[in-house]
Structure formats: C-alpha cells, structure tokens
Design a protein around this ligand. Structure first.
Ligand SMILES: Nc1ncnc2c1ncn2[C@@H]1O[C@H](COP(=O)(O)OP(=O)(O)OP(=O)(O)O)[C@@H](O)[C@H]1O
Ligand SMILES: [Mg+2]
Length: 602
C-alpha cells in the first residue's frame, strides 16, 4: 500500500489497493467503495467513532432521566434541595460529556475523511501518470486534473460532513432512544417510530427531484460560462456583425432557465420542510394527548412525560438532517464518482504477471513486421522490420508525418504494436517490466519541456541523489555548463513553466544533460526541427560522439551533421521503411537525396 516518493525523503504516499471496476462507479458502488476504504485502511479510528458516538448517545439518553427524577421529586414533594442540586449538576455534567464525545467523534471523522481523500486522490493521480499515452491522447489533462481535484474534495464531504458530522452520532442516539423507549414504554415507542418511514418517503421523493434538477442546473451553469467566454473571446466579431444584443440574449436565456429550475428546487425544499413540520407537530400533539391520558390514569408520572418529550426531541433531529444529507449525498457522490471513474481505467500497458526485468542490451533491438495505428483506419506504421544493433548509432530520416516519432515511441513502449513485435535481445517488450525498460533507456523529445524547478533538479531528474559533480559533468558533456554558470543563480535558477525562461536551444541542451545523467543503455533522440543554433548542434553532435560505441543510439535526424555520423540510416515515408544503409549508399535514393538537399542542409 505504501510507495516511497522519489526526492521527498521521509514521506510516503499512501495508495489504495482496492480494485475498482467501471461497473462499480454508481451511487451505491461509490458509497460501498468508501465504506470499504474506511474499514480497510482506518479500522481503528472508525471503531473509535462508533464508540465515541455510543458514549455520547448514552449520556444524551441519561440526562432526561435525571430531569424526570427532578420533576417527579418535585411533584411528590420528596426532592431535597441538596439532591435536586446534585441532579441538576449531573445533568450539566452529562451534557458536557455527551458534547465532548461528540467532538471526539467529529475529530476522528475529520481524520478519516482526509486520509481516505488523500489515498484515493494519490491513487487516481498515479493511475493518471501510469495510463498509456494512447489514453492520454484521448483525454484533456486539465479536465482530468479537475476530476481528481473535485473528486477528492467530494470524498471528504461524503465522509466528514455527511456521515461523520451529521449522521453517525445522531443515528446512534436515535437508535438508543428507540431501543430504550421500546423496552420501557412500548406504546410511546410507536409514536417515535411511526414518523420514520414517512420521513424517509418524503425525503426520497423530494430529494430525487432536487438532485435531478441539480444535474440540469450544473449543465446550464457550464453552458452559461461557455456562451459567455465564446462571445467575449470573439469580441471583435460580435461587434463586426453587430450581434451584441443577440449574444447577451443567448446568455440571458440560459440564466432564465437556470433560475426557473432553482425556483422549482426552492419550492420543493419548502414543501419538504413544511411536510416535516406537519409530521413533527402532529406527533408532538399525539405524544402529549396520549401522555396526558396516561398521567391522568396514573400509568405514567409527570416526570416520565417530560422524559418522553425530551426523547421525542432527540429523535427528531437526525430525521430532520436526513433530508439535507440525502440531497447533498446525491450531488457529492456524483462528483466523487468521477475520480473513481479514473481509478477504474485499465492500464493496457501494465506489466504482465511474469514480466521480466530487462538486462543490459547484449545484441540488438528488433522491430519485426510492426503495424500500428493511433486510431482506426489511420495506419501510421506498416510492416516495419528494422534492427538497432548494440553500440551503433542509427539515424531515422523522412518527411514530416512519416512516422519517425511514432517509431521512437514504439521503441520505448509508450504504445504497443497492433501487429508484429519489438524485441530486446529476443525478449518481447510486452513481457518486460516497464520500470526496467525506463531505467535502461532515455528519450529526448522533439518539443523538449522542462520542469518548473531548478536547472540542477531538472538535470538530476532521473537520479535525485546525484552529487554536484555528476550534474556538472553531464551539463559539460551537453555543452550547457557554460551558459548555466552565466545565469545569476547558476544551477539554482528556476527555469519557468515548461522551461520558458530558457531559449529553445538551451532547453534542448539541458534535456541532453538530463538524459546523460541516467547513463542509458539506449538513447533515443528526436532532434528538434527548430531552435538549433550551431552551438546546440555541436552539443548534440558531441553528445552523440561521446556515447558512440558505448551506448546504442537512435536519432531522428533533421541535420546532415547528425546523419553523416550514423552507422545506419533508415529512410521512412508514410509509415513504411523505404531504404536503409549509410549516407553514401542512401544518396542513390531520390527521396533521401532530395531530403539532403532541402531539409538537412538548412
Ligand atoms: N497522438 C496521435 N494521435 C493520432 N495521430 C497521431 C498522433 N501522433 C502522430 N499522429 C499521426 O501519425 C503520423 C506520424 O506522425 P509522427 O509524429 O510519427 O511523424 P514524424 O515523422 O515524427 O513527423 P515530424 O518530422 O513532423 O516530427 C502523422 O500522420 C500524425 O498525424
Ligand atoms: Mg516527429
């Protein structure tokens, strides 16, 4: 269940190992998952809540019993002043004890709620990071971020505000009240029990209506802001076409629907509390009438009547809460279910049960008749069979859209081939442990981005424990040391979001240093098509030369200087391999020649 997070010593990320399936992501399923999580990971605090609730409930139950003694003592004239004062003092004390344990239960539920929220938030986030690129291609990361964020908050609300604060302790008290009354005054217990099903029915009918309206209200809310931003974003065109009034009208139409629904909701709520008040008043009257009759018949003392009136009051408060709790529960569970929806995604590239750890490359990496498509009918890779021999440098060239980056991504198993296989010394990449593959390889992407951290942290990303010397060594190899030391804060400079405070070439050099740090067995570099000043080009060339022979390199090349040094060049077009060979051999190929003339000699 625990995972040590790299770089932040001493803290452990708690993760859930409760499996979630898509079928479970329903109102009932989500509540079950939450109860299961509480019971599995926070059993003792949960038992603590139940105990604290029980103690609080018992003391709440006991206080009216003392009041009963006072009233009976007074009516019979048997109560001494000292006894009366003692009983009054005890009533106060019991109320304090009940309040104390109520607070204890509240604190515990706060603890449980934050813990469960964290566990699922981190589980969902790790799932998000782990899910294959194919999944990410289809999802907006901002939207997923919002799901995790709001979903976590919703889990907290369900557990703390709804169950913890409002339900558990109150219902334990209700349970005691009814249990005791059933035992001591069965007839009166009926008066307490009768309203319960009526309450539940009213709550169910009305809260279903309120929740349904709420879903439409949420949709209208989104659509109002979309309409607003669409209009505002196209301000000049709104003006050009003279549509100021129409845009305002479209916005107003949505809000008017919104308010109509809100008004309906409000009416439902008013109706609900009115019905509740009617039931309450009615039951109070029934209790009083039956009580007065019983007192007159001497089957009940006045003190006992006072006791029953207090108990009736205690039994109403959880029932009153029930309505608001159910309405909120519906809304909040919907939000929490979005997070569980993410947790239920299946990781198509997860390690197979008997996955092997990849050893150092001994001979070669092979693509055997690889077919791949990003989406149906859009074939990106056709029957590609190529080989990358240990210690060699292979350049991949081809026109834009030829499938070069795709080949690199397949090579590092960011996607799996649809047909054919990719092998690392006869080990199919599909049967290798993903972590071992990542350890043996490094990738520099075409559009390099950096973390918004210091330069040193960026370079040492793969090995946060690396010393200053190692970081500087990598930076020097990547020709980055010089410009870094010229920055006012040197290696401690923060690079800005995605690395915006650096130039494209500087980013590229830091990315090279970052890749060299992990001492990869296989280095795949997708050369940037732009940003390459002669210095960066030199950095790349020297890094390639430094690694030549020691490591296996695959370089998607856009520069002649890179290609010329390659042991093998693969020419690609429209997802196929057109030709292979060294620079001289390939010059016979017309497309390669044209590429050399047009693209590579920029
Ligand atoms: N994530 C994706 N989802 C769907 N299609 C994609 C995706 N990435 C690339 N493609 C498509 O796959 C084809 C190959 O793209 P790829 O990025 O491999 O080309 P490339 O050779 O690297 O081009 P460039 O030289 O411009 O970088 C293109 O037609 C592209 O539109
Ligand atoms: Mg590319």
């Amino acid at each position: 269940m625990f995972l040590t997070s790299g770089g932040f010593e001493g803290t452990e990320v708690k993760l859930s190992d409760i499996p979630v399936t898509k079928e479970q992501v329903t109102f009932k399923g989500v509540l079950e998952l939450l109860v299961q999580s509480v019971w599995k990971y926070l059993k003792f605090p949960a038992i603590g809540i139940l105990l604290a609730g029980a103690v609080s409930g018992l003391f709440q139950l006991a206080a009216p019993r003392l009041l009963q003694q006072i009233v009976d003592g007074l009516t019979h004239g048997t109560l001494s002043l000292s006894h009366g004062s003692l009983l009054a003092g005890l009533i106060g004390l019991f109320a304090l004890i009940a309040a104390f344990f109520f607070v204890v239960a509240e604190k515990l539920s706060f603890y449980i709620a934050t813990q469960v929220e964290d566990i699922w938030r981190y589980t969902a986030l790790l799932k998000f990071y782990n899910l294959p690129l194919k999944w990410h291609d289809r999802h907006d990361s901002g939207e997923v971020g919002a799901k995790i964020d709001r979903g976590g908050g919703a889990i907290y609300e369900v557990i703390y505000e709804i169950f913890g604060q409002n339900l558990i302790v109150l219902f334990i008290t209700l349970f005691f009240v009814i249990g005791y009354t059933l035992w001591a005054y069965p007839l009166f217990a009926l008066i307490f029990i009768v309203p319960i099903p009526v309450y539940i029915l009213v709550t169910k009918i009305i809260s279903t209506r309120v929740v349904k309206a709420q879903i439409i209200i949420n949709r209208l809310d989104h659509s109002a802001s979309r309409t607003f931003y669409d209009g505002v974003g196209n301000l000049r065109y709104v003006k050009t076409f003279g549509k100021e009034k129409e845009e305002t009208q479209a916005y107003a139409d949505i809000w008017s629907k919104y308010h109509t629904l809100e008004y309906k909701q409000q009416k439902d709520r008013t109706l609900q509390s009115l019905l509740q008040k009617i039931i309450e008043t009615l039951m109070r009257a029934v209790l009083l009438v039956v009580g007065i009759i019983a007192v007159k018949n001497h089957t009940l003392s006045i003190g006992e009547l006072v006791l029953l009136i207090s108990y009736q009051q205690l039994s109403f408060s959880p029932l009153e809460k029930l309505t608001s709790v159910f309405t909120r529960l519906g809304r909040v569970t919907k939000r929490a279910s979005r997070l569980f929806d993410l947790a239920a995604e299946t990781d198509a590239l997860a390690d197979v049960p008997d996955a092997v750890s990849l050893p150092l490359l001994y001979k070669e990496i092979r693509f055997e008749n690889v077919h791949f498509e990003y989406s149906k009918r859009l074939h990106t890779m056709h029957d590609v069979s190529v080989c990358f021999k240990k210690g060699t440098t292979t350049a991949i060239v081809g026109r834009s859209g030829a499938g070069k980056t795709t080949l690199a991504l397949l090579l590092l198993r960011f996607y799996d081939p649809d047909k054919g296989r990719i092998t690392w010394d006869d080990i199919d990449l599909r049967s290798a442990q993903r972590a071992s593959l990542r350890k043996r390889t490094a990738l520099i992407l075409q559009d390099t981005t950096l973390f918004n951290r210091t330069i040193a942290q960026n370079i040492s990303y793969s090995n946060p424990h690396a010393g200053k010397k190692e970081v500087e060594r990598a930076a020097k190899l990547a020709h980055a040391h010089e410009f870094i030391t010229q920055l006012p804060k040197g290696y401690r400079s923060i690079v800005g979001e995605r690395g915006v405070r650096l130039s494209g070439g500087q980013r590229q050099r830091i990315a090279i240093a970052r890749s060299l740090m992990s001492n990869p067995d296989l280095l795949v570099m997708d050369e940037a098509t732009s940003h390459l000043d002669s210095e960066t080009e030199l950095a790349i060339k020297e890094a390639i030369q430094y690694l030549h022979g020691k490591h296996t390199q695959v370089i998607i090349a856009h520069r002649l200087s890179t290609v010329k040094h390659a042991d093998n060049i693969i020419l690609m077009d429209k997802g196929r391999v057109l030709a292979q060979g060294n620079h001289k051999e390939l010059l016979k190929h017309p497309m390669y020649k044209r590429l050399c003339n047009l693209q590579l000699q920029k």
